[in-house]
Design a protein around this ligand. Structure first.
Ligand SMILES: [Zn+2]
Ligand SMILES: [Zn+2]
Length: 263
């Protein structure tokens, strides 16, 4: 069974068919999902979805797009919300200088609070980084120097620079459907080189459907297409690839329980 380590089940597009979406994932061999929080003001809805399904977990955090619009929340508040048994990570948090929906200084401030919350709680940090690799690395290294920081670069679509520095900090790399896109040659090169014990897969659904569904609404079941392509690139049998990435997931997200032992 595979894990979709990053999806957004609280988004409106899934509201009317959540049971079917989770059932289709399981039917496709995707047994475990993490629904990722992007706004603290939505956290209760995100957590309610994780509470409703035994195999769905969640995170708590503020997406860099929302750094400006969301009310202030310090690391203590994030840690308090993360005490819930279904909350298994801090984020998604980070820097997005491509869209720059929030001012860069504000994004950095909010990202730092998430780094602190991850470090002090011992939960993995779920990092979003777009066109901001230098600053992302600088802030992660600053946090890691204080000790206790672990996490994942989600929807990895950056350069070798970020991959190398993140791996050196002990971080994991999570690949989304982007790796299946025709023009993603350099990303496929990186996908071949990530150590087998540091790789995760995700959908980031409803965004970024992998080939052959590109442009359509994405959903957790589709992570099988991303996994199949990455396994082939790496010359790994699909079953072995699923075993590796699922083991990686439970090692990093250590509050989760493997399938069959939940509930
Ligand atoms: Zn993201
Ligand atoms: Zn996301």
């Amino acid at each position: 069974m595979l894990v979709d380590s990053h999806c957004h089940l609280d988004f409106e597009t899934f509201a009317s068919e959540l049971d079917e979406v989770v059932a289709r994932a399981r039917g496709a061999g995707v047994g475990t999902l993490v629904t990722i929080c992007t706004r603290l003001t939505e956290f209760e809805r995100v957590r309610a979805i994780a509470e409703r399904f035994g195999n769905v977990w969640c995170s708590v955090g503020i997406h860099p797009h929302e750094a400006e619009s969301e009310p202030d929340a310090g690391s203590a508040r994030l840690m308090e919300l993360a005490l819930h048994p279904k909350v298994v990570g801090i984020g998604e948090a980070g820097l997005d200088y491509f869209y720059e929906h929030s001012p860069r200084e504000r994004q950095k401030e909010v990202f730092r609070r998430h780094i602190e919350a991850a470090r002090l709680s011992g939960l993995p940090l779920i990092v979003h980084s777009r066109d901001a690799d230098e600053d992302t690395v600088a802030l992660l290294e600053e946090g890691a120097a204080k000790g206790g920081l672990a996490g994942v670069i989600h929807c990895f679509s950056s350069t070798e620079f970020l991959a190398e520095r993140a791996l050196a900090l002990g971080f994991y790399i999570s690949l989304s459907g982007i790796v299946t896109f025709r023009k993603a040659e350099s990303l496929r090169e990186i996908a071949k080189q990530v150590p087998a014990d540091r790789l995760l897969v995700e959908t980031d659904s409803p965004y970024l459907a992998p080939m052959p569904f590109r442009g359509k609404r994405n959903e957790p079941a589709f992570v099988v297409h991303t996994a199949a392509l990455v396994a082939e690139l790496r010359g790994t049998e699909p079953a072995e690839f699923a075993r590796q990435t699922t083991a990686n997931f439970h090692r990093l997200f250590s509050k989760t329980t493997p399938l069959g032992t939940e509930q």
